[in-house]
Design a protein around this ligand. Structure first.
Ligand SMILES: O=C(O)c1cc(C(=O)O)c2c(n1)C(=O)C(=O)c1cc(C(=O)O)[nH]c1-2
Length: 230
């Protein structure tokens, strides 16, 4: 390390310092967790979040396409398979659609995006375009919100089961299956970002990538909150 470059602990602390900008504290998530959402609001949330879920494999494929490092590509490719699944093995995307069905949506109306709000489309497209157009290391750093999400998802499963008695544990399998995976992925991504950010400039770029991603997620919920009718 040279000049004003932070050491691994300092850099990690700077990244983790963005946790207060994470969507866990967004008012819409607070309402979701406390059981205040109507069925229509829950449906709008699930149908719009589908768009986020659906672009993740393309986002991860863009990272792989832009990354010359074989080691990183080997670590990254599992994410695509996780969401898309493979023959005989349901993926995260299908688990999300099962959640949509459990709360009263048809698969067709979710997949054809008829409920997609313009603000959510803009935010999610911005995330995908970021991964396509920025250096691969910044795109990896933008995914570090996963560091903050394990705790939130664990709470989400408990809170939703307590707050919405008509939702069964099997309906929330997307989250229960994801909790372990997301924590592992967050740790892997953090390790890659710390090891490959060798200059202060790269470290700053990683922090702003993560900040950008916090804005993406926050904007999604802003749009959903504005579009929802109690
Ligand atoms: O439920 C959540 O709060 C939450 C948050 C995030 C996140 O922080 O980006 C992801 C997920 N879930 C998730 O399920 C997921 O697969 C995922 C992938 C990514 C990413 O940026 O690559 N974030 C997230």
């Amino acid at each position: 390390m040279h000049g004003d470059t932070l050491d691994a602990d300092e850099f990690t602390a700077e990244l983790r310092g963005l946790s207060n900008r994470y969507w866990g504290s967004h008012p819409f998530h607070i309402r979701l967790h406390s059981g205040e959402l109507s069925k229509d609001e829950l449906r709008l949330w699930a149908a719009n979040r589908w768009y986020y879920q659906s672009i993740l494999p393309q986002k991860d494929a863009a990272i792989i396409a832009n990354c010359p490092d074989r080691e990183v590509r080997r670590l990254w490719v599992d994410r695509i398979v996780y969401h898309d699944g493979r023959p005989g093995d349901e993926g995260g995307a299908d688990r999300w659609l099962r959640l949509c069905e459990a709360i009263g949506l048809d698969r067709g109306e979710v997949v054809d995006l008829r409920h997609l709000l313009p603000g959510v489309r803009f935010a999610v497209d911005a995330y995908l375009n970021f991964a396509r157009n920025r250096p691969w290391l910044e795109a990896v750093a933008s995914g570090l919100t996963e560091m903050f999400s394990g705790h939130l998802m664990r709470r989400r499963v408990d809170d939703m089961l307590a707050a919405y008695p008509w939702i069964r544990p099997a309906d929330l399998e997307y989250f229960s299956n994801r909790i372990g995976a997301v924590s592992d992925e967050g740790a892997t991504a953090l390790d890659i970002v710390v090891r490959h950010s060798l200059t202060r400039e790269q470290q700053r770029a990683a922090v702003s990538a993560l900040s950008f991603k916090c804005d993406v997620l926050w904007s999604m919920l802003d749009a959903i909150a504005a579009g929802a009718r109690p």
